[in-house]
Design a protein around this ligand. Structure first.
Ligand SMILES: Cc1ncc(C[n+]2csc(CCOP(=O)(O)OP(=O)(O)O)c2C)c(N)n1
Length: 540
């Protein structure tokens, strides 16, 4: 192998792992890497803030299942990525973030734009590397991608000091990845498969709880096959939304704090809970995990052995890939219909409280979600920011397919929506993308609208304009006796803002015009921002 710079070796290695898109923002300590990127076959997307770049890569990975690459500079470039990394890490989203670092000999000297990348990213990444020589670069890239995509996926950081980028190396990309201490391949033992089949075959009141791990492992069809064969109703976590068709009669919908009554009641009464690819966080279990599904034998299947018995003690824990396990156990499952149990659950289903589309002449936010559903016939990738609108989007849109509902579930990071929608649109140019945003969250990463406009991405940005930080205001209504403090929010004129960025913007405050405005926006192949003035007292 002929000698070339560490930067060139880095970009070559990124090509070898099969990355196809790079999101990033340049700076002094990555100028050599950017020089190489300019000659590479990658599609490069220049975000407007490093947090935006990471959320774009995140949206790209969630929509496509493929990891994306982010390249940022040292110091402030890196510190700006922390929220994005944390969001991807909590939701198990694969990505590789390359950041520049001051030269090795300057590390620890408070050099210009020096930051302790290792320390800063340890808690928000699956793994991080600090490169010590150009020779390490190809292998480090290979290992980073391996770690990001094997086992529970997650973001991996590679910190590359400037002198390593410039030094020459003849190191080659490794034939195979050898990691001494990381062997994430797990599979069920024959006895676990046997016990699982017996539990399913003997259960009288079984429930499946499907989480994000079902989507990550591509197991949606297998979950549906099991549910239909054995007559098992399926509830999902927020991250599991889309893993099971909500139009299916066996669907119970969302579980937990903001979940459906029937889903929570079914779990409380189940005698067997098959928890697939979930992490049992507090939004699901409530404050007392010990009381969660207390009548049930809980079987927890997850590719991350560390998650088993972490939050909830389980009857049977199986560290395995969900898809692989369901395919293996299938032939041992006896058909069943559990008609009495399903009738029982049916009786618990509460018709959705109908919300009138207008309240004192003001549009109700729930009607916005329903209008988008009607306009798209449910055929869209829905991305959300964080707040009340997120819950309405989760619950009122009928989600039918995996990778079509993208939300910051674990971190709940406001500012996620706009850039994640851009990433999703880049990953799935064949799909319509609708981003549901609060007027608070939309102001956190509004600068990325420029990217959507520049790239002419067919995204509909729907801003729920309630003049408040709605979800917190709702908490203040219930928990602070209506003492609203710091939740009234003035916003810019979103229509003018959209125009300033070069995209069409419309404001809708007349309920009679809502459907037509959203139909036009969602049909357009251009980005559009629709600001809908909604009732601020609505409850999520
Ligand atoms: C970065 C960040 N800061 C603060 C919060 C806390 N928080 C959660 S929801 C919310 C209000 C969101 O308001 P808005 O974006 O207007 O959406 P709405 O609830 O009105 O739909 C806040 C402040 C958060 N989740 N993320």
């Amino acid at each position: 192998m002929k000698r070339r710079s560490g930067s060139k070796a880095l970009v070559e290695a990124l090509e070898r792992v099969g990355a196809d898109i790079v999101f990033g923002y340049p700076g002094g300590n990555v100028v050599d890497i950017f020089d190489e990127l300019s000659r590479s076959p990658f599609r490069f997307v220049l975000g407007r803030h490093e947090q935006g770049c990471v959320h774009m890569a995140d949206g790209y990975a969630r929509a496509s299942g493929r990891p994306a690459v982010v390249v940022v500079t040292s110091g402030p470039g890196l510190t700006n990525t922390i929220t994005g990394l944390g969001a991807a890490n909590m939701d198990g989203v694969p990505m590789v973030l390359v950041c520049g670092q001051v030269p090795l000999y300057q590390i620890g000297t408070d050099a210009f734009q020096e930051a302790d990348t290792t320390g800063l990213t340890r808690a928000v990444s699956k793994h991080n590397f600090l490169v010590h020589s150009a020779d390490e670069i190809p292998e480090t890239v290979a290992q980073a991608f391996y770690i990001a995509t094997h086992g529970k996926p997650g973001p991996v950081v590679i910190d590359v000091p400037r002198d390593c980028q410039q030094a020459l190396t003849s190191a080659e990309y490794p034939e195979r990845v050898v990691l001494r201490a990381y062997h994430p391949e797990v599979s069920a033992t024959a006895s676990q498969v046997g016990r699982l089949a017996k539990l399913v075959n003997e259960a009288k009141r079984p429930v499946i709880l499907a989480g994000g791990g079902v989507i990550a492992s591509g197991a949606s069809d297998d979950v549906a096959a099991l549910a239909h064969k054995a007559g098992i109703p399926v509830a999902t976590t927020l991250m599991g939304i889309g893993s099971f068709d909500e139009n299916d009669p066996l669907s119970l919908g969302l579980v937990g704090l903001h979940g459906e009554f029937a889903a929570n009641a079914a779990i409380a009464e189940a005698d067997l809970l098959l928890a697939l690819g979930v992490r049992f966080n507090d939004r699901v279990t409530g404050r007392s995990p010990a009381k969660f599904a207390h009548r049930a034998k809980i079987v927890h299947v997850d590719c991350d052995p560390a998650s088993i018995n972490k939050n909830v003690s389980v009857y049977l824990g199986i560290a395995a890939d969900v898809k692989e396990l369901l395919m293996t156990v299938d032939s041992r499952i006896r058909p069943a219909n559990h008609s009495a149990w399903l009738a029982d659950i049916g009786a618990r289903r509460r018709p959705r409280t109908e919300v009138a589309p207008l309240h004192r002449g003001v549009i109700m936010p729930q009607a916005v979600v329903e209008s988008v559903y009607a306009a798209t016939k449910g055929n869209a990738i829905v991305v959300t920011d964080v707040g009340q609108h997120q819950l309405w989007a989760a619950k009122l849109f009928k989600h039918t397919r995996p990778r079509h509902f993208i939300t910051s579930g674990g971190m709940g990071a406001m500012g996620f929506g706009i850039p994640a929608a851009i990433g999703a649109a880049l990953a799935r140019p064949d799909c319509r993308v609708v981003a549901f945003l609060g007027d608070g969250g939309a102001q956190m990463t509004a600068e990325e609208l420029m990217v959507a406009a520049e790239l002419k991405l067919p995204v509909t940005f729907v801003v729920f304009s309630n003049g408040s930080l709605g979800l917190v205001r709702q908490m203040q209504r219930h928990m602070c006796g209506g003492n609203y403090f710091a939740t009234d929010l003035r916003s810019p004129d979103f229509v003018k803002l959209a125009a300033a960025y070069g995209m069409r913007g419309v404001r809708v405050s007349d309920g009679a015009k809502l459907d037509a405005a959203l139909a036009r926006a969602t049909r357009s192949r251009q980005p559009t921002l629709v600001e809908v003035v909604v009732d601020r007292e609505a409850e999520a």
